[in-house]
Design a protein around this ligand. Structure first.
Ligand SMILES: Cc1cc2nc3c(=O)[nH]c(=O)nc-3n(C[C@H](O)[C@H](O)[C@H](O)COP(=O)(O)OP(=O)(O)OC[C@H]3O[C@@H](n4cnc5c(N)ncnc54)[C@H](O)[C@@H]3O)c2cc1C
Ligand code: SF4
Length: 525
């Protein structure tokens, strides 16, 4: 029967939800995954910027406010696989310094765990879904771990041309760690370097959840119910236990799915929206929000991009939308004078015409014959590298409910987001250094990709900590206030670091799911 009580309901079939589904289904639990978008198949992934739009974000919009409104549409997902169906799969880790910002600098928060707690799960995820890279080379910046299961990806001229510039300013670059196949892996083929990862890899060389953890979950008996939008988490009368969720099915009819445990894995901005909409007389400010911290401390990365035009053919159509090279040489929180926060450098992603970092964004000031000439030269000689920066958590950056409602009568979410002076200073310092690097490459022309300060990788909103005093969840994603409710994804990060978050999302989800499986009877009751 469709809505018979199950062991666990997972809300969202993306990066984090797929891990919980796999671990719990393999542990013999009855798992139902409710996913608001469609059940995408590999045949839906078409290598075209226009067709690729279909798999990008959809559903009720967020209202965007603050001085740096959050550009979420590019990075959130919709449908099985979530945003990770079509991510760039750059897989850097956080570093040990990310876990101790408060104790080392008296800023922001400490995580309740250290790098050593997460490290074994980084290694495990790499073996589970396939990571290519050179772990030994990375160990100049982090404690040693296991080697990656595949060697680094191939490099191309548009990545290699930057190396001279990095060397000139003393920055060491190593092969980028990516969730892509440099060789065949577990029956999935090696990458063919045609650069269409951002609309989903049709051959399966990109580690998207549908062909990794979610496939394992389905094989172990998990049921995935697409076009099912969760609007509320339900509690028992005293408000001490979760009893299930309310959702709207594909006919837009209200349903209740009862479960012993609920895992919210609907992405950093959606999870607080659902919690705030789940208020009852016992939880008047929203579920697990007696401390007012649900939706608070939203964080983003920003990127300082530097472009260069070469006379030679740099093969910019080749490669992947992930990076060829990466560096943590500016990862210390105090790398740049007068600016606080880490920076993480990547170089060498394939260029497509549109989308983030695409050709169309390279020179917005050009029109007519000048644009035509630029495009002619750029088709062969254009390349770009980028430096991500870290913003510190600020309680004012938040998700809250608006008065407007979506088609299910659920209030829209509003994301309010403003960068502080440190973030702006880190952004500027990385532009300055970017130009120095570019000039030292011998490129014909170099320029900064300055526009509105970007907001990339939304994190926070349900942060982890030691108790209800300072956080919403513990280090496993289990809420402090209602133990049979878990939250997964970048929302539980206590600070943002500067490295792309999804490898850490997978690792933390694996750690949380394993803890839940081994404490099942205590948690599920
Ligand atoms: C183009 C692009 C490039 C990226 N590149 C990188 C990269 O190189 N490296 C990196 O680390 N990260 C990258 N990311 C980010 C990465 O994909 C996300 O960090 C990651 O997918 C977040 O995981 P999640 O589980 O929180 O959310 P998602 O993977 O987005 O999954 C959330 C799921 O929940 C569903 N959902 C939402 N609301 C509801 C609801 N009410 N009921 C039911 N279901 C719901 C959504 O439809 C979605 O499928 C990229 C993202 C994009 C789009
Ligand atoms: S570049 Fe590689 S990973 Fe990306 S879409 Fe092509 S084959 Fe897939």
């Amino acid at each position: 029967m469709a809505n018979e009580k199950v062991g666990v309901v997972i809300v969202g079939a993306g990066a984090s939800g797929s891990v919980f589904a796999a671990v719990l289904a393999k542990a013999g639990k009855k798992v139902v995954v409710l996913e608001s978008g469609p059940d995408w198949q590999m045949s839906d992934l078409i290598s075209s910027d226009i067709w690729g739009r279909r798999v990008k974000t959809a559903g009720a919009p967020f209202l965007l406010e603050g001085k740096n409104p959050f550009g979420y549409s590019y990075q959130s997902g919709w449908g099985v696989g979530g945003a990770a169906l079509h991510y760039f799969a750059n897989f850097p880790r956080l570093l040990p310094n990310d876990f101790k910002v408060k104790s080392e600098h008296n800023r922001a928060h400490d995580w309740p765990i250290s790098y050593e707690d997460v490290a074994p799960f980084y290694d495990k995820v790499a073996q589970d879904i396939g990571v290519s890279g050179d772990a030994k080379a990375e160990e100049i910046w982090r404690p040693a771990g296991q080697p990656y299961p595949m060697p680094p990806m191939k490099t191309f001229r548009h990545g290699d041309v930057w190396l001279k510039g990095f060397e000139a300013v003393g920055i060491r670059m190593v092969p980028a760690a990516v969730g892509m196949n440099s060789t065949e892996f577990k029956g999935r083929p090696a990458c063919i370097y045609d650069g269409w990862c951002h609309v989903g890899c049709p051959i399966g060389a990109l580690a998207n959840p549908n062909i990794t953890y979610l496939a394992e979950a389905r094989k172990a008996g998990a049921e995935v119910r697409p076009l099912s939008t969760v609007t509320r988490v339900l509690t028992n009368q005293p408000g001490t236990k979760i009893t299930g969720v309310e959702y709207y099915d594909q006919k837009k009819e209200r349903q209740v799915q009862e479960a012993s445990v609920v895992v919210l894995a609907a992405w950093a901005a959606q999870n607080p929206r659902i919690l705030l909409n789940s208020a009852t007389d016992k939880h008047p400010n929203g579920l697990v929000n007696s401390n007012g911290l649900v939706g608070k401390y939203m964080m983003a990365h920003f990127n300082s991009g530097t472009w260069a035009m070469f006379d030679e053919d740099v093969q910019n159509h080749m490669g992947t939308t992930g990076a060829q090279y990466m560096s943590y040489d500016r990862y210390s929180k105090t790398s740049h004078k007068g600016a606080f926060g880490s920076s993480f450098i990547t170089a060498g992603s394939a260029l497509k015409t549109s989308d983030l970092g695409g050709f169309a964004n390279a020179r917005l000031d050009l029109f007519g014959p000048d644009l035509q000439l630029f495009m002619k030269r750029g088709a062969r000689g254009l390349t770009r590298f980028g430096t991500f920066g870290e913003a510190m958590p600020n309680i004012e950056n938040r998700v809250e409910l608006a008065s407007d409602k979506d088609e299910f009568g659920m209030p829209l979410g509003r994301i309010i987001h403003t960068y502080d002076q440190d973030a702006i200073a880190v952004w500027n310092a990385n532009f300055d250094e970017g130009l120095k690097i570019a000039k030292a490459t011998g490129a014909k022309e170099v320029w900064s990709a300055r526009g509105n300060m970007p907001t990339i990788h939304l994190m926070g909103g349900t942060i982890m900590g030691t108790s209800t005093e300072n956080s919403v969840v513990n280090s496993y994603g289990q809420t402090h206030q209602v133990p049979n409710l878990y939250i997964a994804g970048p929302g539980i990060f206590a600070t943002a670091g500067a490295s792309n978050p999804t490898y850490t999302i997978f690792a933390l989800s694996l750690r949380g799911a394993e803890q839940l499986a081994s404490n099942w009877s205590t948690v599920a009751g």
